[in-house]
Design a binder for this molecule. Structure first.
Ligand SMILES: Cc1cc2nc3c(=O)[nH]c(=O)nc-3n(C[C@H](O)[C@H](O)[C@H](O)COP(=O)(O)OP(=O)(O)OC[C@H]3O[C@@H](n4cnc5c(N)ncnc54)[C@H](O)[C@@H]3O)c2cc1C
Length: 437
């Protein structure tokens, strides 16, 4: 017998937690909603895993890690109080959208009236790419709490050992910082000319690479890992690089390489740009099926194009918007379409940074971006067709974030780029306080 729910969320990550919270806010009858997750725990703040979860002194752990919309921590009891069923440690292996049914690896079936797909992203394994020796022990991938626990144990077991981090993206950067704080000898390896190359300009990267070097992280750029050797216990021992160098390693962490988890729905739902295509209310091409978070390719009104992003804030906002739209449709009401302004943040060592808007066009750097400074704080604007379209902030970001968000949304014109560089943060404050003129 299939278990039947009015609303079913597939996936138990960030978007699932925020969707459940929004359903509860809108008014939910007990038994109407269930969340199915292959993870063993209720939705938690995934972004913390590569940050304070690996802190050597005070590691952040459950229960403080459960999702906390508007500072309300959603403990497992919260779901039972609301009559929301958490179906954990349950992997769905088959989805039949026409029959409105999901089947788990254990053979259970679940049916629904409305489905919210929130399956997020999964890591791409080096063994799947044919990298030799990539199945050795102590080679870690990093997506779920289980992965973080395994890495934490390895850090303790390989005290003061050598770690190689594969990748130059933000997760690799955050993990490198955490491994270094745990006293490991850390080397990052990536093929690009600089870290975070999809977002950072060479100036922003120069600060970060300089800062990492100051903290004792070694960086090897413009090369890739081609293989690993292991000791007689099967534990990784060496990392072989394409340029011929060989690095000793007790731990390897692969920080980069994600793909959206859409395989279950192939051929059943329209896709675009690698994700499930939705409208501005996160409705897919299949009636009563919504997709949110990392898997959704949705219209960004501000840029008049479809995009898919793997950003925390979008996971929360898209989940809430989809639920609002579902409830409004049931009540014969309408809600505003999603009006998204891209926002991404990260935090490694004691350096928070955030990026807002679009990273296209020319760039202007301003502020103190010397890695040697005691309190570095700097930013960058992106300028396209004479307008500021994006902003980056590093250092004490809370002071200027609202103004930078405002600028990225209203996209003011710039007459003189040199003056913009001189004005720096005060340009954003001026626009925020006095408007566009
Ligand atoms: C370590 C780390 C650090 C990050 N840091 C930042 C950051 O600093 N800033 C930022 O903006 N973003 C960050 N992100 C990205 C952000 O966490 C994601 O964009 C966000 O989690 C996406 O939410 P989601 O609900 O779509 O997917 P997820 O949170 O990944 O949740 C997906 C859930 O679906 C489950 N699932 C998938 N398939 C199935 C199935 N077949 N059956 C059952 N369950 C299934 C998964 O197990 C998981 O529980 C980080 C991500 C990671 C991994």
């Amino acid at each position: 017998m299939a278990k039947t729910f009015k609303y079913l969320i597939l996936g138990g990550g960030v978007a699932a937690g925020y969707a459940a919270w929004e359903f509860a806010r809108q008014g939910l009858e007990p038994g109407e909603l269930a969340i199915i997750s292959k993870e063993a725990v209720a939705p938690y703040e995934r972004t913390a895993l590569s940050k304070f979860y690996l802190d050597p002194e005070l590691p952040n752990r459950l229960p403080t890690l459960y999702v906390f919309p508007r500072r309300e921590i959603l403990l497992p009891e919260w779901y039972s109080e609301k009559g929301i069923e958490l179906i954990l440690s349950t992997e769905i292996v088959k989805a039949d959208l026409a029959a409105k049914s999901l089947t788990s690896a254990g053979g259970e079936t679940f049916s629904y009236q409305i489905l919210l797909i929130a399956t997020g992203s999964t890591v791409i394994r080096l063994s799947d790419l044919g990298v030799q020796g990539a199945d050795a022990k102590n080679i870690f991938y990093f997506r779920e709490i289980d992965d973080a626990d395994k890495l934490y144990e390895a850090i303790k077991a390989k005290k003061n050992g050598k770690a190689v981090v594969v990748g130059g993206g933000y997760i690799s950067m955050e993990l490198s910082a955490r491994l270094r704080c745990n006293n490991l000898d850390v080397t990052m390896v990536y093929p690009e000319p600089w870290c975070m190359s999809r977002l950072f300009t060479s100036d922003i990267a120069a600060f970060n690479e300089g800062y990492y070097a100051k903290k004792g992280v070694n960086i090897m750029k413009r090369t890739v890992v081609v293989g690993f050797t292991a000791n007689s216990d099967g534990e990784v021992k060496e990392v072989k690089l394409k340029d011929g160098r060989v690095l000793e390693a007790d731990i390897v962490v692969v920080g980069d390489g994600l793909r959206p988890q859409t395989a279950l729905f192939k051929g059943q739902v329209e896709e675009e740009k690698g994700g499930i295509k939705t409208d501005g209310f996160f409705k897919t091409s299949v009636p009563n099926v919504y997709a949110v978070g990392d898997v959704a390719t949705f219209p960004v009104k501000l840029y008049n194009e479809l995009r898919r992003v793997e950003y925390y804030e979008h996971a929360c906002l898209s989940a809430r918007k989809a639920v609002e739209a579902i409830i409004a449709a049931e009540e014969g009401k309408t809600v505003e379409e999603y009006d998204y302004l891209p926002l991404f943040y990260s935090h490694a060592f004691e350096q928070p940074w955030c990026f807002i808007g679009d990273n296209v066009g020319d760039t202007v750097l301003f502020g103190d971006s010397s890695p040697e400074s005691s309190f570095p704080k700097f930013g960058s604007y992106w300028i396209k067709d004479g307008k500021v379209v994006g902003a980056f902030l590093q250092g004490r970001i809370d002071e200027e974030r609202d103004a930078m968000e405002y600028v990225a949304r209203v996209r003011p014109s710039v007459q003189n780029v040199d003056e913009l560089a001189r004005e720096g943060f005060s340009f954003a404050r001026k626009i925020e306080n006095f408007g566009l003129e």
